[in-house]
Ligand binder design. Sequence first.
Ligand SMILES: Cc1cc2nc3c(=O)[nH]c(=O)nc-3n(C[C@H](O)[C@H](O)[C@H](O)COP(=O)(O)O)c2cc1C
Length: 281
Amino acid sequence: MKKVLGIVASLRNVGNCEIMVKEIGRGITVPHELQLMRLPEFNLKYCNGCYRCLMAKRGCVLKDDLATILDAIASADAIILAVPTYFLAGPACLKTFVDRGISFYSRAEQLWGKPAVGIGIAGIEGKEGSTLLDIERFLTTLMAQNRSSRIVYGALPGEVVLNQANRSVAKELATALFAAPQPEQGLCCTCCGGKTFRFYPGNRVRCMLCSESGTLVTGGEQPAIEMQQSEQPFLADGTAALNHRDWLLGMLGRFKEQKESLAQVRAAYEDEVAWLRPSSE
Ligand SMILES: Cc1cc2nc3c(=O)[nH]c(=O)nc-3n(C[C@H](O)[C@H](O)[C@H](O)COP(=O)(O)O)c2cc1C
């Protein structure tokens, strides 16, 4: 019996995200049990950039629900992520989670390569903005294997399944979750599989998922993207993530060496200025 964890990134009760996770769950033919969690219900603090998780085997030092969420992901065999579009992007809870990603390295063995699918939902056709990229970033940071991620449209709660094409997408994702991984189709980053690029002069491109650079090659039957992977890929895959962890550890050593001279630089900026503080402080 496979354990499938459905991560719902919307607070709307029986909204389109929740419905799509359940619809995908119904389409899975492999014997499984589906457990859901609503990500924005969990208390997730902002990363404070202390880097202590790099050294601490137990992970992040902040006291919140991160470990509960990671435990659930680690004990699942597969993940379904459902994300609403808010102002042309996925909601903030996704990025708050991703920003804690340095602490995921200490659990790499439990998280690595977990099959996952993502579904992004937008109310207006074509107005999903970066939601698909945000899904890809969430799954890549988790070191999961993004088997397939799609966008569908539906505004009012429940509307998403009134469209037969959306039900078919749910079925396709259900099949992809436990099927053999398929090679990426069409224009994509050969480092990470990302499909979102920024264009620069001279046909240069940068992948917005792993930030590796490449060239757009036109003139053949189909345009193609040739990536030139840098020495320090960052989010391309699990190996890149662990290499990045080692690089950060090296930075920590560099910080220790330069701590005193940096303290002098910082001291010059310690003068008191007026800060607006939250009233609860
Ligand atoms: C604050 C807010 C912002 C939204 N922004 C967008 C948007 O930029 N583009 C879009 O297509 N839909 C937008 N929507 C519509 C939702 O993405 C859509 O209703 C979706 O089905 C919500 O999923 P849910 O029912 O699981 O909450 C927005 C909805 C809300 C509440």
